[in-house]
Design a protein around this ligand. Structure first.
Ligand code: IPD
Ligand code: CA
Ligand code: CA
Length: 261
């Protein structure tokens, strides 16, 4: 079986993301058809259409690769050492409310390791990319994490999982711990973009519980390739299958996770 080179994989990832960019741009200010996966966990017809477009592009180029996407795709391919991990629309609640902060997130895993990540914000037309060992870029220009050296001077972001009504006190404990120690906290509503904003220095750190592999697979590689650091809340190694995501510019990482412990 042939192995595609990383540049070819990236070209296809971009073709896939771009294939749906137009749909997202045309629809974000229009009325949506909304279904509920839970009381506040929504999905629009555009999430599904976006996923179908992306999956079609990947299958056309790599019919043997496995694909895991949020809404309806979990296929094992004949060449299943390659797996594409996709969030066709990260920031659905924003999208449903015509709030312009959402993206497409596409990652490629090879033998259990993420080797490529691409996050595309179709409204700003910003594209974040990373290939393992080759650094991270925003619209083709190399990016680095910020140099903020203490929480006191940091802008952080977080997100709340879909059980936040039931577990509000638990999530607010973390929020309060940082609120009293940093310059500000943002809740953007797209975890993949939050990670990319850490990567390019717009944010100094980000934390969230219970994210899914498709939320973090691309963004986590983009953060680490930009010089950032990831772990769980107690400083143990980060995995896209875990329950806790802490991403920082690396300088404030230890100070950050001791506040989460
Ligand atoms: C959500 C967003 C949000 C985060 C949620 C995610 P979705 O993804 O990334 O920022 O707080 O935990 O589930 O549902 O919009 O793809
Ligand atoms: Ca998501
Ligand atoms: Ca999604």
């Amino acid at each position: 079986m042939s192995h595609p080179d990383l540049a070819t994989l990236m070209t296809v990832a971009w073709e896939a993301a771009n294939s749906t960019g137009e749909i997202l741009r045309e629809n974000w200010q229009e009325p949506k058809t909304i279904e509920y996966k839970g009381a506040i966990d929504l999905v629009t017809s555009v999430d599904r259409e976006s996923e179908r477009k992306i999956v079609a592009v990947i299958r056309r180029h790599f019919p043997g690769h496995s694909i895991l996407a949020e809404e309806e795709t979990d296929v094992q391919g004949a060449q299943n050492d390659y797996r594409w991990i996709i969030d066709p629309l990260d920031g659905t609640t924003n999208f449903a409310h015509s709030y312009p902060q959402f993206c497409v997130s596409i990652a490629v895993e090879y033998s259990g390791r993420i080797i490529l990540g691409l996050v595309y914000d179709p409204v700003r037309r910003e594209c974040f990319k990373a290939i393992i060992g080759q650094g991270a870029t925003l619209d083709g220009r190399p990016i680095r994490t910020s140099s903020a050296n203490e929480l006191d001077k940091s802008l952080l972001a977080t997100g709340f999982p879909y059980d936040h009504r039931e577990n509000a006190d638990f999530y607010l404990r973390y929020f309060k711990a940082f609120m009293t120690r940093c310059q500000g906290i943002r809740r953007g509503g797209s975890a993949a973009l939050d990670l990319c904003y850490v990567a390019c220095g717009r944010l100094d750190g980000f934390w969230e519980s219970k994210l899914k592999p498709w939320d973090t697979a691309a963004g986590a590689l983009i953060v680490s390739e930009a010089g950032g650091k990831l772990s769980d809340f107690s400083g143990k190694p980060f995995t896209i299958w875990g329950q806790e995501t802490l991403a920082t510019n690396s300088v404030i990482h230890d100070e950050n996770h001791t506040k989460l412990d």
